[in-house]
Design a protein around this ligand. Structure first.
Ligand SMILES: [Zn+2]
Length: 366
């Protein structure tokens, strides 16, 4: 299959390809339009859903893209290619499984080429219980003003202080400090928010409407930016629950990594979207992964995040190199090469077929 034609160059194009492919399969389509904001081309922003297979199936495979806005180029391409994949759709047709594809959970970030959403919130840190005390990230507080200094490029002195912090604590501690999420700096990086976002509330309503009441859920959330180029790391993406972790490993194999035992290249993040399944469909058996594809070196990705974030916080700054910076930012999360798209999609298809096989077997034994 000519895979790369299913990958897009903009949010609008990605959405059009997805909706067209879903329509060609006579999928049930649902659309949740953002109530207030528009995209970079003035377009409506929406979370789109395509439901395939038997509507009342006991098991559901959920595929989500664009949790981190700009990372949606990858997930959307995989979703659209899957919708054009006859063997995959045949496997669904022969089973008691429904497939729900959720396109662009964070359409604002997808369109405007941001990892965060319209409120500067990292959606994958936003699924915490805001009724309880929020996690404290004191390491981030130490380096916030060095990561995002008053001027850009940073002064030599500011960078030297950041380098000294990294030298003292180590690179892993630095990656963790930046990326585990923080709830104290609303203009900071990897900010988890102070309340559930529109995307959070919409996802929860989708889970209640389409997942609650089913026996089993297998969930793949597509991400990019961590790990070796083109390699898809399967990171367990639920709560710290031994049964759910064991089930997820039974589906996708022992290569499944977890932030709870230190086996993942991701730091121990809190508030990921998988936690919503426990809240909204507590009686549904859960297994789920973030399929995290490597793009570029972690240092390069972190630097791209810093500079893009700085410009978002400083609309008054010169826009002379803004377009170039945004292009580099997109490229940090989307390798626009055919070989990358092919390897990414091959792994996505394999992971989906693994999930379908597991759900079919579980249904047969029920
Ligand atoms: Zn991500």
């Amino acid at each position: 299959m000519n895979v790369h034609r299913h990958f897009a160059q903009s949010y609008t194009q990605a959405r059009d390809k997805f909706v067209a492919a879903a329509g060609a399969r006579s999928a049930d389509l649902f659309r949740h339009v953002h109530p207030a904001l528009h995209g970079v081309e003035g377009e409506d922003l929406s979370i789109d859903l395509a439901l395939l297979g038997k509507p009342d199936a006991a098991s559901l495979l959920l595929l989500t893209s664009g949790t981190h806005g700009v990372e949606g180029f990858c997930g959307s391409g995989c979703q659209t290619a899957l919708l054009r994949e006859d063997p995959f759709l045949r496997a669904i047709g022969h089973s008691d499984i429904a497939v729900l594809m959720l396109h662009a959970l964070n359409p604002y970030g997808f369109s405007h080429l941001r990892r965060v959403n319209e409120d500067n919130i990292d959606l994958n840190r936003n699924f915490v219980d805001f009724g309880k005390p929020l996690p404290v990230n004191s390491a981030y507080a130490e380096i916030h003003s060095l990561l995002l200094p008053a001027t850009w490029p940073p002064t030599t002195e500011s960078e030297a202080r950041l380098d000294a912090w990294v030298a003292q604590h180590g690179r892993a501690a630095y990656q963790a400090a930046v990326s585990i999420g923080q709830y104290a700096f609303h203009d900071g990086m990897f900010y988890g928010g102070s309340r559930p976002t529109w995307s959070n509330r919409t996802l929860r309503s989708v889970l209640r409407e389409h997942v609650a009441g089913r026996r089993r859920l297998a969930w793949i959330d597509f991400h990019t930016g961590l790990g070796p180029r083109g390699h898809g790391e399967k990171i367990y993406a639920g709560l710290e629950n031994a049964g759910d972790i064991a089930r997820t490993k039974a589906v996708w194999g022992r290569e499944v990594t977890s932030v709870f035992d230190g086996s993942s290249s991701s730091a121990r993040i809190g508030g990921n979207i998988g936690g919503a399944a426990r809240d909204e469909c507590p009686d549904t058996e859960f297994c789920g992964i973030a399929l995290e594809y490597g793009t570029h070196d972690i240092e390069q990705v972190l630097e791209a995040l810093r500079v893009e974030h700085w410009f978002a916080n400083h609309p008054e700054a010169s826009r002379a190199h803004y377009k170039e910076m945004k292009r580099k930012f997109r490229d940090a999360f989307y390798v626009d090469d055919d070989d990358w798209k092919e390897t990414v999609y091959t792994q996505a298809l394999a992971a989906c077929l693994q999930a379908v096989e597991h759900l079919s077997r579980a249904t047969a034994h029920a």
